[in-house]
Write a new protein. Structure first.
Length: 429
C-alpha cells in the first residue's frame, strides 16, 4: 500500500508536460479570447512551473508523514586469538544484534504534517494566482496584437490612398495643371506612411512571438490572427462589483503560508519535548570445545534521551517566531494589493469607457467631416495640397485613436475580470 502514493506522484509529475495540445493552424488564424483562456492553464510556461511546484509540495506532505526508520546494528566483542574452530556464528566471541527506534513526542509528526499540508494549500492557491495573472497578461498581449493588426490595416489603406492620389496628381503635373512641389508633398506623406508600415510590421512580429510563447504554440507565431472586438458596455456604464478581496488566490496563498508558519512555530516549540530512543540488543556468547564459559544468549534494553545542556532550541523558536511575523505582514500586504487591484481595475474600466465614447462620438466624426470637406475642396481646386494632407493625417490619427480606445477597453475588461477571479479551494487542482 505504501508504494501506491509514490507511484501516483511519479506518474503525475510529467503529466503537465503532455497536457498542452498543439494549436491547429485554423485556430491560430481565427484566435479568440475564449481560446486564450482555455489554453493558458494548459500551456503557459509559468503555469506549468507552478504545477511542478504543487507536485513538489504534495510530495513534501508524503515525506512529512513518514516516521523515523529503525536502525539495525551488528557488532562483535571480546575478540581474541583462540576463538575456536567452526562457523563464524559458533566462534568464541560476543555476537551482537541491535535494533534502535526513535520515538517522537510532543506531537511532532502531527505538526510536521500540518505544516506541509498548509504549504501544499499555499502552492494550490499560488497555482490559481499564476493562472489568473498569466491569463490576464496573455489577454493583454492578445488585445495588443489585435490592435497592432488593426493599425496596420489602417496604415495600408492610407498608403493605398496616397498611391492613388499621387498617380492622379502626377497626371495634373504633366499636364501643367499643378506644381511639382505639391507632388513632392504627396510623396513625402507616402514615405512617412511607408515608414510607419515598417515599424508596424516589426511590432507585429514581436507581439506575435510573445503571444505564441505564452500559448505554447511557437510554431504558429506567424499565423496568429486575433480580432479586435470591444466588450459590451452596460447601459449605465457601471462595472460589475468585485468580490471580497479575501477570496482572491493571492490572499488565500498568504493565509495558507501564515497557517504553515504558525504550525512550524508549534513544531519548533515542540522540540523542547524530548524524543526517546528505544533499543533492543541481543548478545550471544556461544559455548565451544575451547570455551566452556559461554553464557548463551542475553537480551538488553536501552532507552536514551537528549540532554539539553548546550541549548534548548532557542534559535529555532526565535526563527519560527520571525517567520510568523513575516507571513502575517505578507498577508496584510496581499490584502492591500488585492483591494488596490480591484480599485484600479474599476478606474481603468471607467476611464476606458469615457475615452472610447469621446473618440467614437466626437473625435472620429469630426475628423471624418473635416477630411471629407478637404477632399471635396481639393478635388474642385478650392484648397491646396497642405490642407488635404493635414485633413488626411488628422483622420488617420483619429482612426488609430479609435483602435487604441477599443484595445484599451478590451484590456480594461480583462483586468476587471482578473480582479473578480475568486479562489475556490474545493475546486483547486
Amino acid at each position: 500500500m505504501r508504494l501506491l502514493p509514490r507511484l501516483l506522484l511519479v506518474l503525475a509529475w510529467p503529466a503537465a508536460a503532455w497536457a498542452c495540445p498543439p494549436l491547429p493552424p485554423e485556430a491560430a488564424a481565427s484566435l479568440t479570447p475564449e481560446a486564450v483562456r482555455e489554453r493558458v492553464p494548459q500551456c503557459h510556461p509559468d503555469v506549468l512551473a507552478a504545477e511542478r511546484a504543487l507536485g513538489a509540495a504534495a510530495a513534501d506532505v508524503l515525506t512529512a508523514g513518514q516516521r523515523p526508520n529503525p536502525t539495525l546494528g551488528l557488532g562483535a566483542a571480546n575478540l581474541g586469538r583462540n576463538m575456536g574452530p567452526g562457523s563464524l556464528w559458533n566462534k568464541a566471541f560476543d555476537h551482537q544484534l541491535r535494533v534502535d527506534q526513535l520515538v517522537e513526542r510532543g506531537g511532532k509528526p502531527r505538526l510536521r504534517v500540518a505544516t506541509a499540508q498548509a504549504q501544499r494549500e499555499a502552492a494550490r492557491a499560488d497555482l490559481a494566482e499564476i493562472v489568473r495573472q498569466a491569463t490576464f497578461s496573455t489577454l493583454t498581449g492578445y488585445h495588443a496584437l489585435a490592435a497592432a493588426l488593426a493599425r496596420r490595416e489602417e496604415l495600408s489603406a492610407a498608403a493605398a490612398l496616397n498611391r492613388e492620389s499621387l498617380a492622379a496628381f502626377d497626371k495634373r503635373v504633366k499636364s501643367g495643371d499643378a506644381a511639382r512641389l505639391d507632388a513632392t508633398r504627396f510623396e513625402l506623406d507616402a514615405l512617412r506612411v511607408q515608414a510607419d508600415l515598417v515599424q508596424a510590421d516589426t511590432e507585429l512580429r514581436a507581439l506575435r512571438q510573445q503571444l505564441a510563447l505564452a500559448l505554447g504554440a511557437a510554431e504558429q507565431a506567424a499565423r496568429l490572427q486575433p480580432r479586435l472586438a470591444a466588450p459590451s458596455v452596460p447601459a449605465d456604464g457601471r462595472a460589475p462589483a468585485s468580490p471580497d478581496p479575501e477570496r482572491l488566490p493571492a490572499v488565500a496563498a498568504a493565509q495558507a503560508r501564515l497557517q504553515a508558519a504558525e504550525r512550524a512555530r508549534e513544531l519548533a516549540r515542540a522540540q523542547r519535548t524530548r524524543d526517546v530512543g528505544v533499543g533492543v540488543q541481543l548478545d550471544r556468547y556461544p559455548v565451544t570445545p575451547t570455551n566452556d564459559s559461554g553464557t548463551g544468549n542475553t537480551v538488553s534494553l536501552f532507552v536514551s534521551v537528549p540532554l539539553m545542556v548546550n541549548h534548548a532550541y532557542e534559535g529555532e523558536i526565535a526563527r519560527a517566531e520571525a517567520d510568523v511575523d513575516t507571513a502575517a505582514e505578507a498577508l496584510r500586504r496581499a490584502r492591500a494589493e488585492a483591494a488596490d487591484e480591484a480599485a484600479r481595475a474599476q478606474a481603468q474600466w471607467q476611464g476606458a469607457q469615457a475615452r472610447r465614447r469621446l473618440v467614437l462620438q466626437e473625435l472620429l466624426p469630426a475628423a471624418e467631416r473635416v477630411a471629407a470637406g478637404a477632399e471635396l475642396a481639393f478635388s474642385r481646386g478650392a484648397s491646396g495640397v497642405l490642407e488635404v494632407l493635414d485633413a488626411r493625417r488628422a483622420l488617420r490619427a483619429a482612426q488609430l485613436e479609435r483602435i487604441n480606445a477599443e484595445a484599451e477597453l478590451a484590456q480594461a475588461a480583462a483586468a476587471l475580470q482578473a480582479s473578480a477571479t475568486a479562489y475556490d479551494a474545493a475546486g483547486a487542482p
